[in-house]
Design a protein around this ligand. Structure first.
Ligand code: PMP
Length: 326
């Protein structure tokens, strides 16, 4: 779907996957107006196909557009485009557990010209691809590197938007994490380098206490971390399962101390691609520690099973999260 100044949204098309031709002076290549989303279509237990909270992705896409001075695609148009593509690709939606059709809506500037200002034309597209588990090894815990040299986002910046530049800025830190033998980067706040924000493509949760009395805690939306849809859903799901929930700042010191004295029993990451993945080991310039037992914890696994059961249509969708398409 195209957007042109003075004309608005026009020319919706459903076309086979094909390369795009890009002018060397395309403004996106120079000034980076590029935003995206990620969501999945799941085969349901009854054979139908549904997506998970597409309206939430559409709303976040609008927020990202506002932050990058781009036009806002109406929520209904975003959801209709998702429906159209999924219906077309219905045979590509896998039925094996934990597999799905990954959808990547995105928008970028199409105006040709040099000069820093919002472009006067844009293209919104969605591509689809069958996807398996994000991390090979299923629920094998990942190791994380606390990045103290680099920050992903600063107050007033674009951290809460899902824009391409955030990911470009994260690549050297991800390479640093890999060089330290870690799977992922944990980002800290830009001012004090001590408050835990999120991971590369996932939000973080801490489990305080054990069993029925456990509380799940996630860093509050600071303005510089992405408001994950999985993060938001888990606050509701954890409450449904009888756990306490908390959104507040948590420091690396509290994490290290809580891990040592048993106050923090489990830590996991969550996102559309990664679902729920346990964090097993932490490395930083100053200290290393194993999270809890280093094995996937019971609260992590219970939340993971509950979320997957809703997404797969095996349990009642009491929150109305599933959007049936075909
Ligand atoms: N943080 C970042 C930086 C991400 O890229 C993602 C993936 N969209 C998330 C968190 C998790 O968000 P969601 O649960 O909406 O997939």
């Amino acid at each position: 779907i195209r957007w042109t100044e003075g004309r608005g949204w026009h020319d919706a098309q459903l076309t086979p996957y094909a390369p795009l031709e890009i002018d060397p002076a395309n403004m996106t290549l120079h000034y980076g107006q590029s935003i995206f989303e990620g969501l999945k279509a799941y085969r349901q237990a009854d054979g139908s196909i549904a997506t998970f909270r597409p309206e939430a992705n559409a709303a976040r896409f609008q927020a990202s557009a506002r932050r990058l001075a781009m036009p806002e695609l109406p929520v209904e148009t975003f959801v209709e485009a998702v429906e159209l593509l999924v219906r077309q690709d219905r045979d590509w939606v896998p039925s094996e557990p934990e597999q799905s059709l990954y959808l990547r809506p995105f928008m970028f500037a199409t105006e040709v010209g040099l000069g820093v200002r919002p472009a006067n034309s844009y293209l919104f597209m969605i591509i689809a691809s069958p996807a398996g588990a994000y991390f090979s090894g299923g629920v094998k815990p990942v190791s994380v590197w606390l990045s103290e040299d680099y920050v992903r986002a600063a107050p007033g910046g674009t951290g809460a938007a899902k824009c391409a530049g955030n990911y470009a800025a994260s690549l050297v830190a991800q390479a640093e994490a890999a060089a330290k033998g870690c799977d992922q980067v944990v980002w800290l706040d830009a001012n004090e380098h001590k408050w835990v924000e999120e991971m590369g493509g996932m939000n973080l949760y801490f489990v305080l206490g054990e069993g029925e009395d456990a509380t799940v805690l996630t860093p509050e939306l600071s303005g510089s971390l992405l408001p994950g849809i999985t993060r938001d859903s888990l606050l509701a799901l954890a409450a449904d399962l009888g756990y306490g929930t908390e959104e507040r700042r948590i420091s690396t010191d509290e994490w290290k101390r809580g891990n040592a004295d048993g106050a923090i029993t489990e830590v996991f990451a969550c996102g559309t691609a990664a679902v729920i993945t346990p964090v097993g080991h932490v490395k930083s310039a100053g200290a290393d520690w194993t999270v809890g037992t280093g094995e996937p914890g019971p609260v992590t696994l219970r939340l993971r099973e509950s979320l997957l059961a809703i997404q797969g249509g095996q349990t009642p969708d009491t929150h109305g999260w599933m959007h049936t398409i075909a």
